[in-house]
Design a protein around this ligand. Structure first.
Ligand SMILES: [Zn+2]
Length: 427
């Protein structure tokens, strides 16, 4: 059943200045025509996204989230996690494979994709974990439409070197790296909670980047949630893309007082926080991610040595980046780089995401640049985040996914027909 043709009136950046555009959308949720100004149309249903102080941006993308589900539904589901995502203006998420069961096979990818098609409120991509043997890799390489890339965890560097090498040699897609050495990442903390960064030093990141680059191959390496200030510059010279997450430039070890701020890699010292912030405003990263990692209240109030790392951040991350823009720290070019174009390029979906153009998914994020608010968790199952209380300026007021207004002024209106994006293909 096709929807009628729709035209969206948007006010968006064209070059350096906001302009009005008429964006025509087909029944499949893709843009078929973009015209300057407001074109009156008698044939199409009109959705007017313009208004005082409102700006429409290409839909936001978060390339690093943990939506849990499967046997971890008590923490989060694809449904609840993508409700949180759409309320933050996100239209596409990259979901990590460290679920229970762990996703490292075609069979589990198929199960996950089916679940996402059924429950997700935004377009969806899943990463595949590093499998146990090269035979499984071969089967995965024949089914690249099911996943957006591989994800490497520190423990994979211990015992799966042969499989990693095989992937790097035989796969020329995205290879996302949690860049810590296992000898540091897998040992218990020997100091107090706020000093975990000394047990898991951030220079690990540079070592892992160089180690993987030295293994050669064709895969596109990407370091995620970077916590060392030198990483973006070093990685640029190595041809590796890099993202970071807001808590690494919003918090320092002095702010880590309980498990709500326990994350991996650990939050770094004050000097690193300041330098990462400088990197962010200089536009050195390819994307900013939430690393949305929800846990329950009981899990987070247990002993800090045992409590799980990570917190629910997808509802605050885009609002922090919007605040950097409204307060003049970053230009609209950097805003769009971090939340739209950059993650689209890293994921290899820049032909359909990251801009408002013909052939792209009709997915937009409408922001009110004057509206202020206080960050808190509303849609995630997690009770709170380590960045709750942040006073932001720049509110997500509407989110359009594939030509449907899904989120409007604090309410979720509908669940759209979502698409699952694997490597260079859609389904
Ligand atoms: Zn993560």
């Amino acid at each position: 059943m096709g929807k009628p043709c729709r035209v969206f009136y948007v006010r968006t950046f064209v070059g350096d200045f906001p302009s009005n555009l008429s964006v025509y959308v087909d029944e499949y949720g893709f843009i078929v025509k973009v015209a300057s100004g407001i074109e009156l149309s008698s044939n199409c249903e009109v959705v007017d996204l313009t208004g005082s102080g409102l700006l429409t941006l290409p839909g936001f993308i978060d390339l690093h989230v943990h939506l849990r589900d499967f046997n971890l539904q008590y923490k989060e589901t694809i449904g609840s996690g993508t409700l949180a995502a759409v309320s933050g203006g996100y239209v596409l998420v990259g979901d990590m494979p460290n679920t229970n069961p762990y996703i490292d096979s075609v069979e589990l990818l198929l199960r996950r994709v089916e679940l996402a098609r059924r429950d997700s409120y935004v377009d969806y991509s899943i990463y595949c974990g590093i499998p146990k043997n090269t035979k499984l890799v071969e089967e995965l390489l024949r089914n690249q439409h099911l996943f957006i890339g591989f994800k490497l965890y520190p423990e994979d560097l211990r015992g799966k070197a042969e499989v990693i090498s095989y992937i790097l040699q035989n796969y020329d897609g995205l290879f996302v790296v949690h860049a810590e050495l296992p000898e540091y990442a897998l040992r218990g903390s020997i100091r107090e909670l706020s000093l975990r960064y000394l047990d898991r030093p951030s220079w690990n990141e540079l070592s892992v980047a160089e180690l993987l680059r030295s293994m050669g191959g064709r895969a596109r390496l990407h370091i995620t949630h970077s916590v060392h200030p030198s990483t973006p510059i070093k990685c640029k010279s190595l041809g590796i893309t890099v993202d970071t997450a807001p808590y690494y430039f919003m918090l320092s070890s002095e702010d880590v007082k309980d498990c709500w701020s326990k994350i991996n890699p650990p939050i770094n010292d004050l000097i690193s926080k300041s330098l990462i912030f400088k990197n962010v405003i200089a536009g050195l990263y390819d994307a900013v991610v939430s690393d949305h990692a929800p846990h329950t209240y009981d899990e987070k109030v247990s002993d800090w040595r045992l409590c799980p790392a990570g917190f629910a951040a997808i509802e605050v991350t885009s609002r922090i980046i919007l605040t950097l823009f409204t307060k003049g720290f970053i230009s609209h070019h950097i805003l769009i780089k971090y939340l739209c174009e950059g993650p689209a390029r890293v994921l290899g979906v820049q032909d359909v995401f990251g801009r408002i153009g013909v052939g792209c998914r009709a997915s937009f994020t409408v922001v009110d640049l004057n509206r202020e608010g206080i960050a808190r968790v509303r849609f995630s199952k997690a009770p709170k985040s380590g960045l709750d209380g942040f006073k932001y300026r720049g509110e997500v007021v509407r989110t359009v996914v594939g030509g449907e207004v899904v989120y409007d002024s604090g309410e979720v209106l509908t669940r759209p027909e979502v698409r699952v994006f694997g490597r260079r293909t859609s389904s």
